[in-house]
Ligand binder design. Structure first.
Ligand SMILES: Cc1ncc(COP(=O)(O)O)c(C=O)c1O
Length: 392
């Protein structure tokens, strides 16, 4: 057996391949009818009025920033435990990034600490423009608390939902769009469903949707809503500079096929999590992912904390030993405020967000994807435990 196990991986079957081949044989490889079809099924599944499918999840965040008119020196807050793009999207439009530490149980932004920060800004007569809250690993944030803060302090609320497709909050699988004015998705192959590269913005705001659809294709529009005049069917106008952030029909066909299997994928991810929980909860060298009572976790990741600080093996050596056994973990994430760019340009430093930093020291994302068999899970969990046992 020479299978290797990465922390995440796509599940592609013949029906996905057939769906892409059908588009290859059709008239439209890009800018065709499959774009709107994918947008329609995304709206149906996730409950939003409008979806714009785009080149990747980072483009989706950039378009949200442009669409919601974030501007120079606006303050945008996110979590330090996220992918770079959740913060970088603010930099793209000249805004300023700040962070709020995570909750030690759910690893999502801590609403109490957010309130403290909002009060500090308010005391200096500064207003926070937006909060990009990340449903980290697939555990929804405390959206009720975030909504209360939004109403009190008047910021825009964005759900960086890339990890949480299939999650539920208060028994609602369509919660994301009910709390946030814009929700962004990524369809990178490690995510729940894939289009190779791809992303989406979901919103109920018609004006925002129109702006995003314009910005995703160079700022060009044929929409009467924006036109100053109309010379004929060929006519378009450009009012603001946009980008080519389009996605192809090939990718959207794959996306439609993948989305039809999301529930099945989530069910298997949940089984895998129960298997891991059962093993790692019995051993106090580990902290396994907590799930709040009102939440169904989507398990994009299985973030296992290992108390390396109390063990004789470093995380680096542990990684190397797992790799010898064909298990390729990953760490999600290096706290964004500790990246040289954020330290050098914004003055962040170690110690600023201690819960996130401690989490980073202990976290490893172990293999989590639907095609893992029970035999694979036995192999992976035994390798993790045996490797630690041997290091005493
Ligand atoms: C939380 C989060 N936000 C944004 C992104 C960006 O998505 P993409 O890789 O599709 O650009 C990712 C992807 O890794 C992510 O995990």
């Amino acid at each position: 057996m020479n299978k290797f196990f990465s922390y995440g991986k796509q599940t592609i079957t013949q029906d996905d391949i057939d769906a892409v081949i059908e588009i290859l044989k059709s008239d439209w490889m890009t800018q065709g009818p499959t774009i709107a079809k994918f947008e329609k099924v995304l709206c149906e599944k996730f409950g939003g009025k409008y979806a714009s499918v785009v080149a990747n999840g980072t483009a989706a965040l950039h378009l949200i920033a442009l669409g919601l008119e974030w501007a120079k020196d606006d303050i945008i807050i996110t979590s330090p435990i996220t992918f770079l793009a959740s913060a970088n999207c603010a930099i793209y439009v000249g805004a300023k990034v700040d962070f709020v530490d995570i909750d030690s149980k759910t690893y999502t932004i801590d609403p109490e600490k957010l309130e403290e920060k909002l009060k500090l800004y308010a005391a200096q007569n500064k207003k926070v423009k937006a909060v990009v809250a990340v449903d980290y690993a697939g555990h929804p944030c405390n959206w009720d608390a975030l909504k209360t803060l939004k109403e009190k302090f008047g910021f825009q609320l964005i759900n960086d939902y890339c990890h949480a497709l299939g999650a539920e909050y208060n028994n609602d699988a369509q919660y994301a769009i009910k709390y946030a004015e814009a929700v962004n998705f990524s369809f990178h192959p490690v995510k729940h469903i894939t289009t190779g590269e791809g992303g989406t913005v979901l919103t109920n705001n018609e004006k925002l949707d129109k702006r995003i659809k314009t910005f995703r294709t160079h700022g060009m529009t044929k929409d009467e809503f924006f036109l100053e005049k109309n010379d004929g069917p060929w006519y378009y106008e450009m009012h603001e500079v946009g980008f080519n952030y389009r996605i192809t029909d090939l990718q959207c066909a794959l996306g439609i096929s993948q989305l039809s299997k999301l529930d099945k994928f989530i069910a298997r991810r949940s089984e895998i999590a129960r298997f891991y929980d059962d093993i790692f909860s019995k051993d106090d060298r580990f902290i396994f992912p907590y799930v709040s009572k009102n939440v169904k976790h989507a398990y994009h990741l299985y973030p296992l904390q290992i108390k390396f600080d109390q063990l004789k093996i470093s995380r680096k050596d542990f990684f190397a030993k797992l790799k010898e056994q064909r298990i390729i973990g990953q760490v999600h994430y290096i706290p964004v405020h500790l990246q040289p760019y954020y330290r050098n340009n914004f003055g962040f430093k170690p110690g600023d967000f201690p819960v996130a930093e401690r989490f980073y020291e202990r976290e490893i994302s172990i293999p989590m994807y639907p095609s893992l068999t029970d035999e694979d899970l036995n192999y992976i969990s035994s390798a993790i435990i045996e490797t630690l046992n041997k290091s005493v």
